[in-house]
Write a protein that binds this ligand. Structure first.
Ligand SMILES: Cc1cc2nc3c(=O)[nH]c(=O)nc-3n(C[C@H](O)[C@H](O)[C@H](O)COP(=O)(O)OP(=O)(O)OC[C@H]3O[C@@H](n4cnc5c(N)ncnc54)[C@H](O)[C@@H]3O)c2cc1C
Length: 432
C-alpha cells in the first residue's frame, strides 16, 4: 500500500508518541508535526516541574524522531490561526490532533474569579518561562490555599515553599522564581475533597517534600494506619503522610520556613473577599456537615484542565471522538485531548499506539472511498509555511539556553516569543 501523508497537530508527548508509532507502521510516510510554539514537547517543557529535570529527559527519545526518523517539525504554526482544519485535511491523507488541554478548570463557586485566584497550569507555565505567561506576577501574599491534592497540587506546593538553595541543578530561572515568590509564604494550606487514603498524589511526591529542610507539616485529620489498607499504592501514600506528620513533631520548633497544612475531605463552597481573596470556605470534614474557613491572601486551583477552544474535543458543543480516537474520516485525536487531563507522560504512549493501529486499519478499510496521495505541507497556505520554524531552529534555541545558564542552573529558558523566533528563524552559519 502507498504510504500516507500524515499531519499531527501538537508536539507534546502524545503527538511525539503517535509519530513514533506511525513511523514503525510506515517507514516511508511523510509525517509532519505542527506546534503553535517554535519549541517542541508541550507540557514536558512547560508543565513538568522545573526542579524535575530527570522527568524532562524523556525529550531525548522524542528528539530522535526528528534527527533520525525523518519526522518534520513545523513550529510557530497554530491550528485555527495559520491554517484551518479543512485546509489541513485537504493537504494530508491523515490528520491527528494532539493539542492537549491547557486551560485551568475553574472551581465554579462564588468568588472563583476574584483577584488573587490563580490556576496551577498558568502558575507552572510561569515557573517554566512559557511565553504566554510572561506578564504574570502572582501576588500570593503570606498565606496561600491550594485546592487539589493531585501531583500537580503537590508540585505547586513544593515549588512555592522549597528553600531557594534547593533549586540548585534545576531548570528554574531566578526570574521566574522571583516573579512567583515576591514575598516568602509563611503558610500554605492544601485542601482536597478526598480522604488521605484516596488523595490523588503519589507517595514519591510526598517523600520528596519530607526531604526539604525548613518546612513544617501539620495534619488536620486522623491519618489511617498504612497497615490497615491492602492496596499497596494507598498504603505507601499513607506511610508517606505519616512520615511528614512525624517529621513535624521532631522539627517544627526550630523551623522558621513555610508551615504546610493538609486538610482532607473538604469541598470548596465559596471564595470570600471584597476586592480580592480574603478567605476560602469549605464544607464536609469527618462528619460531612462541618464548615471550614481558611484565611488566605491567594488561592491556587489544581483541580484539572479544560478545553478553551470551542471547536476542539473537550468543549461542550464540539464533536467527541469515538472509543478509538476517530473524529471523522481521516481525522483522529490522541493524548489528553482524547482521554481528558489524566495520566502521566508514558500513559500517552499506549494511547498513541492504539490510535496508530486504528489509523492503519482504517486506511486499509477505507481505501476505495479515500484514495491516498495528498501532497502534505506543500498544499498549505504559503504565508503559513513561510512563518514556520524547523527542528534545527529548536536546536539553536536549546544551545543558546544551555550557553546562557546562570550559575547552579542547567539552562536559562528564553521566555520571550520574539527572541525565540529570532533564534529559530536565524539563517544558520554556512546556510543559504
Ligand atoms: C503542571 C503539570 C505537571 C506535570 N508533571 C508531570 C510529571 O512530572 N510526570 C509525568 O509523567 N506527567 C506529568 N504531567 C502530565 C503530562 O504532562 C501529560 O500526560 C502530557 O503532557 C499530555 O501530553 P499531550 O501531548 O496530550 O499534551 P501537551 O503536552 O499539552 O501537548 C500539546 C501540544 O499542542 C500544542 N498546541 C496546542 N494548541 C495548538 C494549536 N491550536 N495549534 C498547534 N499546536 C497546538 C501545544 O503547544 C503543545 O506543544 C504534568 C502535567 C501538568 C499539567
Amino acid at each position: 500500500m502507498t504510504a500516507p501523508s500524515i499531519a499531527i497537530v501538537g508536539a507534546g508527548p502524545s503527538g511525539c508518541y503517535l509519530a513514533q508509532a506511525l513511523r514503525k507502521q510506515w517507514a516511508e510516510a511523510r509525517i509532519d508535526i505542527f506546534d503553535r510554539l517554535p519549541v517542541p514537547f508541550g507540557l514536558v517543557r512547560y508543565g513538568v516541574a522545573p526542579d524535575h529535570p530527570g522527568t524532562k529527559a524523556v525529550t531525548r527519545q522524542f528528539e530522535r524522531l526528528f534527527e533520525r526518523d525523518g519526522i518534520g517539525f513545523h513550529g510557530n504554526l497554530t491550528l485555527g490561526r495559520d491554517f484551518t482544519l479543512d485546509e489541513l485535511r485537504e493537504a494530508y491523507d491523515v490528520v491527528a490532533l494532539a493539542t492537549g488541554l491547557a486551560a485551568d478548570r475553574r472551581l465554579g463557586i462564588p468568588g472563583d474569579d476574584l483577584p488573587g485566584v490563580y490556576g496551577a497550569g498558568a502558575l507552572t507555565r510561569r515557573l517554566n518561562d512559557h511565553p504566554d505567561e510572561q506578564g504574570m506576577r502572582p501576588d500570593l501574599g503570606r498565606r496561600a490555599v491550594i485546592i487539589g491534592q493531585g501531583n500537580v497540587g503537590i508540585d505547586v506546593l513544593r515549588l512555592l515553599s522549597k528553600p531557594e538553595a534547593a533549586f540548585e541543578g534545576s531548570e528554574l530561572s531566578p526570574e521566574a522564581l522571583a516573579a512567583c515568590r515576591a514575598t516568602p509564604l509563611a503558610r500554605l494550606d492544601i485542601v482536597g475533597r478526598s480522604s488521605a487514603a484516596e488523595a490523588k498524589c503519589d507517595a514519591a511526591m510526598l517523600r520528596e517534600l519530607g526531604r526539604l529542610a525548613g518546612l513544617s507539616f501539620h495534619f488536620h485529620a486522623t491519618l489511617p494506619a498504612p497497615e490497615s489498607v491492602e492496596d499497596q499504592a494507598v498504603s505507601l501514600r499513607l506511610a508517606a503522610f505519616h512520615e511528614l506528620a512525624e517529621r513535624h513533631t521532631e522539627s517544627h520548633t526550630e523551623s522558621n520556613g513555610c508551615q504546610i497544612h493538609f486538610h482532607f475531605g473538604w469541598t470548596p463552597e465559596a471564595v470570600l473577599g471584597e476586592a480580592r481573596v480574603e478567605a476560602v470556605r469549605f464544607h464536609g470534614g469527618e462528619s460531612g456537615r462541618e464548615t471550614l474557613e481558611l484565611a488566605a491572601d491567594s488561592l491556587i486551583t489544581a483541580i484539572g484542565f479544560a478545553q478553551h477552544d470551542p471547536d476542539l474535543p473537550g468543549a461542550p458543543d464540539a464533536p467527541r471522538p469515538d472509543d478509538q480516537g476517530r473524529l471523522a474520516p481521516g481525522l483522529y485525536c490522541t493524548g489528553w485531548l482524547r482521554r481528558g487531563p489524566r495520566g502521566t507522560i508514558p500513559e500517552n504512549r499506549q494511547d498513541a499506539r492504539a490510535v496508530a493501529a486504528t489509523i492503519a486499519a482504517d486506511l486499509v478499510a477505507d481505501r476505495a472511498e479515500r484514495p491516498l496521495g495528498r501532497p502534505g505541507a506543500a498544499a498549505l497556505p504559503a504565508a503559513a509555511i513561510a512563518r514556520a520554524t524547523d527542528f534545527a531552529g529548536w536546536k539553536r534555541i536549546q544551545a543558546v539556553e544551555a550557553a546562557e545558564a546562570p550559575a547552579g542552573r542547567l539552562c536559562r529558558r528564553i521566555p520571550d516569543l520574539a527572541r525565540l523566533l529570532e533564534i529559530a528563524q536565524a539563517t544558520p552559519v554556512g546556510g543559504p
